[in-house]
Design a protein around this ligand. Structure first.
Ligand SMILES: [Zn+2]
Length: 337
């Protein structure tokens, strides 16, 4: 857990209808029909990748219908709902911003979002005192550990599940991402990449998203970059917190990290981690199939925007009262918290 500090927080708001508690270690007992939040507040700290700034995060339990909502605690009390339509920038990472003031933004949300979705946490308030989330080791493993420390609480509401009804595709050259209907419950993902560097080359990985699969197959896979790109970013004043401790660094056909790769296809598995984080910005679980080749944060976000703009392409399977209709959003719910 290099670079990560975790502290339990003593106070817990009494906001629950349901006192049932379920530790994450009993993950086989997850009930996919219901929403979950974390059991207890928890904080962690670490350095941001681009600013190099030391960032403190606090995660708080939240009632059903909240979704994942960030607050910049250093900039006042403005909610930044973790939603596809609040994505402000996708060039280096996924950046979300307050829709009313884009200066109030948080970068690199995708790894924490993937951990929350992968571990089936639907509702949480996240306070962050800086402009980007801690990069930790470049994977979601530390965030999974954090969520396991916080524990899990089952809520009484049925989980919001969005069913894909028609195929939706975004294509740019030979890069694409697509969501397709599926008769099976849950989300199946098939992700492919193709890089000229021989150590990466063509890789693909398929997986049905469950907490067990996410933790075992994906969560530990680190982000990666190329040595010449780091030099370029440093010249632009970016990646100040970047090091071999928080990314795989590739030069020609070699990995420069002394520990090497955690698995030969760690690259594509990390891309699936990013996809899971980006898709989580839909604000609900998904029933469907996701297929991509060489997609990134931009294409993933455009896919969600296109899906939600076509009302015949999706429907909700559950009838939780707060679910956004095809005209409204959840915003009115979290603004009353
Ligand atoms: Zn990533």
């Amino acid at each position: 857990m290099d670079g990560m500090l975790i502290h339990p927080v003593s106070e817990m708001p009494e906001i629950y209808d349901d006192k049932e508690m379920l530790p994450l270690s009993l993950s086989q007992q997850y009930n996919p029909q219901f929403e979950y939040t974390i059991h207890t507040p928890i904080v962690c700290s670490g350095n941001g990748l681009h600013t190099g700034q030391f960032i403190n995060l606090k995660l708080l339990p939240a009632p059903a219908g909240t979704g994942i909502v960030f607050y910049r605690s250093d900039l006042g009390n403005h909610p930044i709902p973790a939603r596809y339509d609040h994505v402000f920038d996708t060039r280096l990472s996924t950046v979300i911003a307050d829709p009313k003031n884009s200066e109030i933004r948080i970068s690199t949300v995708e790894h924490l979002m993937a951990a929350l979705t992968g571990m089936q946490i639907d509702n949480v308030i996240i306070e962050c005192d800086g402009p980007e989330l801690p990069v930790l080791d470049g994977s979601a493993a530390d965030y999974v550990f954090l969520l396991q420390c916080a524990g899990q609480r089952k809520l009484q509401s049925r989980a919001p599940i969005l069913k894909v009804m028609q195929p939706i595709r975004i294509e740019e050259g030979d890069c694409f991402a697509e969501l397709r209907p599926s008769t099976k419950p849950g989300l199946f993902l098939s992700v492919s990449i193709d890089f000229p560097a021989a150590i990466i080359g063509k890789q693909s990985f398929d997986m049905t998203l469950t907490p067990e699969n996410f933790k075992r197959e994906i969560s530990y896979c680190r982000t990666f970059t190329f040595k010449h790109e780091i030099e370029h970013l440093h010249k632009m004043g970016l990646a100040r917190g970047g090091s071999l401790d928080n990314a795989i660094v590739v030069e020609d056909d070699k990995v420069l990290n002394p520990e090497g790769l955690y698995c030969t296809d760690e690259f594509v598995r990390h891309k699936m981690l990013d996809v899971i984080g980006d898709l989580s910005l839909l604000g609900s679980r998904i029933q469907g199939t996701f297929v991509s080749n060489k997609s990134g944060h931009k294409i993933n976000n455009l896919l969600l925007r296109k899906l939600m703009s076509q009302s015949k392409a999706w429907c909700y399977l559950s009838d939780a009262p707060y679910l956004f209709s095809k005209k409204s959003t959840r915003h009115s719910v979290y603004s009353t918290l």
